[in-house]
Design a protein around this ligand. Structure first.
Ligand SMILES: Cc1cc2nc3c(=O)[nH]c(=O)nc-3n(C[C@H](O)[C@H](O)[C@H](O)COP(=O)(O)O)c2cc1C
Length: 307
């Protein structure tokens, strides 16, 4: 039997649901150890207020880790594969997941094949590039990636995720749909488990991503590549400017973060119908580049500076 280590972070439990579904049809044929990443000082969920939520932006974007609690990774056990379940925060790996990647515990990834599983709203590309870069530094070998997102239009998914993050309601309401990854998509994630185990057992991990793509592992909408890029150009500037006023939780940062929030909300709620249309137009006018970008983000190799 193969030994698979599953390391994940999750505030709401969504990632655990995803990974439980993914392993549903292989848990009898492989040994799976689940280990959760926990911060010593966890962020609240629901976040309840915007100040706390946006205060996580600078350290997410700049990749500044926090202390994590000791991880119960069985010492000396030889793992054949590691599955990493994480989520983007502000277009970067979430602080809990990044804190693991920067910690001593990430040494367990050395020389191991890795499959990443992302569950997000709809913008994960730049976060995955940062994860790819870190995996290379750790001498890990990324062989697969599954990205689950919210398939509703950008605006609807923003409204529902704000409701979920701030007030804790994932279920659909009268006005807005279910937030995050749809329950049906979470259930359907079980189709990937046997594909991963088969590739592992047959020594075919080098072509695993092709098999996962055939099963719809990365349902990527081209206009979101452009829209994410717009945000990704701005976020590091906001993050660096905010850090000038203090570290996480410093009240001196509030003013700058309020400006960031207002700018972001204007971009999403007022400008996005136009910028969304322009993004679509751009993908049509630059078909070749769009196709190349799609192909790049669907595979697992890392090209430094690609984006
Ligand atoms: C602070 C914060 C920032 C987020 N930023 C993004 C983002 O940039 N892109 C995205 O697709 N989802 C984003 N999300 C949604 C998360 O990726 C994730 O889907 C959701 O928080 C549920 O995660 P869980 O696995 O921790 O329960 C963000 C969530 C939080 C809490």
């Amino acid at each position: 039997m193969k030994n698979i280590l599953v390391i994940y972070s999750s505030q709401t439990g969504q990632m655990l649901d995803v990974l439980t579904s993914l392993s549903a049809d292989i848990k009898e044929q492989a040994h799976l150890d689940f280990v959760k990443i926990e911060l010593e000082k966890p962020f609240p969920f629901p976040w309840k207020d915007y100040d706390t939520f946006f205060d996580a932006m600078p350290e997410s974007v700049l990749g500044i880790p926090q202390a994590i609690t000791p991880m119960d990774i069985p010492a000396g056990k030889q793992y054949d594969l590691v599955i990493l379940g994480y989520q983007p925060w502000f277009l970067s790996p979430s602080i809990p997941f990044n804190s693991f990647l920067q910690s001593e515990y990430a040494q367990v990834l050395k020389d191991k094949p890795v499959v990443t599983v992302i569950a997000c709203r709809n913008m994960w590309l730049r976060a995955q590039e940062k994860v790819k870069a870190r995996l290379l530094e750790l001498d890990a070998n990324l062989v697969g990636n599954i990205a689950l997102d919210d398939k509703h239009p950008n605006l609807a998914s923003t409204m529902s995720i704000v409701r979920w993050m701030i007030h804790g309601q994932k279920e659909a309401s009268d006005k807005y749909p279910e937030a995050g990854v749809a329950t049906t998509d979470i259930k359907d994630t079980r189709r990937f488990g046997p594909t991963i185990l088969h590739a592992l057992e047959q020594g075919q991990l080098a072509t695993l991503q092709l098999r996962l793509l055939e099963q719809g592992a990365i349902p990527l909408r081209p206009n979101l590549i452009v829209m994410e890029g717009n945000g990704a150009r701005q976020f590091p500037k906001w993050a660096a400017n905010t850090r000038k006023y203090g570290k996480a939780g410093d009240p001196a940062r509030k003013k700058m973060l309020k400006k960031f929030k207002v700018t972001l909300f204007i971009a999403i709620f007022i400008l996005s119908p136009v910028s969304g249309g322009l993004a679509k137009l751009k993908t049509l006018l630059t078909r070749k580049k769009t196709a190349a970008d799609l192909a790049y983000f669907r595979q697992v190799a890392f090209v430094p500076g690609k984006i």
